[in-house]
Design a binder for this molecule. Structure first.
Ligand SMILES: [Zn+2]
Length: 340
């Protein structure tokens, strides 16, 4: 089968890979209908994150179950399924508390390579969520978004306690940030301020329900947010970048008693204790436990109440994955969908 493999910085190739098979009785093998390129795939692509080469790529997926192991009971061949980017048993104490991305038995899907024609999914019963039926083509991008970017944006909005009567600031206008806007509005946030300098991304943010756009960055951006919030700062701030500048912008945009949900994978971020002490904000974030939200997100998509699929602005066959990586690297595309 074909799969995307990163051979070094900037060197992404679609090549023949071994067809996955059931290795343990709790595995399933799916035929991937749609997968995509994540902002986090760009860290190794840019050579910022050191990984052993060559490395299969991709952790977002939706597809049809082909085969299940003997110990899989709720997932059946033929079902259309969406799964999260960490396989989880969904039964351990950590899973049951809603933090499936830190499951004691978790397996990273990234290590298995979802940008491929087929994928082995460990812990299938705990990881995969079937849709009510075979989805129409038009729903595929939205369902795929639930696998990571929507689920991550949703977790960020939940961690930031977005809700009625609250003003939410979103730092980062990548796919996660744009879907955090949608999540915050869906959770009832009254006002959603997006920090973005790019016209096409601003437009999508507004379509997702953003009420204000701030194009300034750093201290100027913080000052603008303060201005928009009566000098107090926001109740909720979502950080969806992962850099020092974005994290500090998020902390400084929050009001005392506010909540920061941070989901950008932190790269060399250091938090100054003294400033945090006086900021009096709550920080919660990390790897989004997407599995917690999947049933609800699939239902919202299936019934047409949300359409997160619009973040995909480039749709390519898997064989052209290298073009997709380049487009996201150069910020010509927000998010690239790949069809095996
Ligand atoms: Zn678990």
């Amino acid at each position: 089968m074909l799969g995307a493999v990163l051979h070094g910085p900037g060197d992404l190739r679609v090549q023949e890979r071994k067809h996955p098979r059931i290795l343990t009785p709790t595995d399933a093998v799916i035929r991937v209908t749609a997968t995509c390129v994540c902002g986090s795939d760009l860290w190794p692509y840019r050579g910022i994150e050191k990984v052993p080469w060559p490395r299969p790529m991709g952790h977002e997926y939706a597809g049809v179950v082909e085969q299940v192991g003997d110990d899989v009971h709720t997932i059946q061949p033929g079902q259309f399924v969406v799964g999260s980017f960490f396989a989880s048993d969904n039964t351990c104490d950590i899973c049951r508390s809603g933090y499936q991305s830190s499951c004691i038995n978790r397996v990273g899907i990234g290590s298995l390579g979802a940008q491929a024609e087929h994928l082995r999914v460990p812990l299938a019963d705990g990881t995969l969520v079937p849709t009510p039926g075979t989805p129409p083509d038009a729903l595929i991008p939205a369902l795929l978004a639930a696998s990571d970017v929507l689920g991550t944006g949703w977790f960020a909005a939940t961690a930031a306690q977005a809700g009625p009567g609250r003003t939410v600031v979103v730092v980062g206008d990548g796919a996660v940030g744009l879907l955090a806007v949608l999540a915050a509005r869906q959770l009832g946030a009254t006002r959603v301020i997006v920090m973005s300098r790019h016209e096409s991304r601003q437009k999508l943010a507004l379509d997702h329900g953003a009420t204000d756009i701030v194009s300034e960055r750093g201290d100027d951006g913080v000052a603008r947010v303060k201005e928009l919030t009566g000098g107090l700062g926001a109740h909720s701030v979502i950080e969806a970048v992962g850099t020092q500048e974005a994290m500090m912008q998020a902390v400084r945009c929050g009001r005392p008693g506010g909540h920061i949900g941070y989901v950008g994978i932190a790269h060399d971020v250091e938090l100054p204790g003294h400033e945090l002490f006086f900021a009096q904000v709550s920080l919660q974030g990390g790897l989004a436990p997407v599995r917690r939200f999947l049933p609800e997100l699939i239902d919202l998509i299936w019934t047409g109440r949300i359409d997160p699929g619009r973040v995909f602005d480039l749709d390519l066959p898997l064989t052209r994955a290298a073009e997709g990586y380049a487009a996201m690297h150069e910020r010509r595309a927000v998010k690239v969908l790949l069809r095996p």
